[in-house]
Design a protein around this ligand. Structure first.
Ligand SMILES: C[C@H](O)[C@H](O)[C@H]1CNC2=NC(N)=NC(=O)C2=N1
Length: 115
C-alpha cells in the first residue's frame, strides 16, 4: 500500500503544524479551515492588476486562492478544498502571495515578480 509521506503537500496539517507555519506569516490569520489575508491597494485597478499576478503561481502550483475584491481591498482565503482543510500547499501559496505583495508595493504596482 502506498503511504503518504510527511512531504506530501496535500496532506491535512495538524493543529501544531498550522500554528508553527502561521507564526512565519504575520500578515495571515486563521479562520476555521482557512488562512486569510487582506491587503489595501491604492485603487480598484491595482487590486485587479494584483489579482492577475496570482494567476501564474496558482496555475503552477495547481492550487487556487478564493478572492474577494472590495474596490481597493483584496481578501485572499486559502484552503485545500479537496482535503477540507489546510495543507502545506496553502502555506506555500500564502508565502508566495506575501512575496508578490511586497514586490508589487515596492514597484508602485508596476510589477509583481522580479523575473
Ligand atoms: C485537479 C486540481 O488540481 C484540483 O482540483 C485542485 C485545483 N485547485 C485547488 N485549489 C484549492 N484551493 N484547493 C483545492 O483543493 C484545489 N484542487
Amino acid at each position: 500500500m502506498v503511504q503518504h509521506s510527511q512531504t506530501d503537500d496535500r496532506r491535512r496539517l495538524t493543529e501544531v503544524e498550522i500554528t508553527q507555519l502561521l507564526s512565519k506569516l504575520p500578515d495571515w490569520k486563521r479562520e476555521n479551515q482557512t488562512i486569510i489575508y487582506t491587503h489595501t491597494f491604492n485603487n480598484f485597478i491595482e487590486s485587479i492588476n494584483f489579482i492577475n499576478c496570482l494567476v501564474e503561481p496558482a496555475e503552477t502550483l495547481g492550487h487556487h486562492p478564493d478572492i474577494l475584491v472590495s474596490y481597493n481591498r483584496v481578501t485572499i482565503s486559502l484552503t485545500t478544498h479537496d482535503q477540507g482543510g489546510l495543507t502545506p500547499l496553502d502555506f506555500q501559496l500564502a508565502e508566495t502571495i506575501s512575496n508578490l505583495v511586497k514586490t508589487f508595493s515596492e514597484t508602485s504596482g508596476k510589477q509583481c515578480n522580479i523575473n
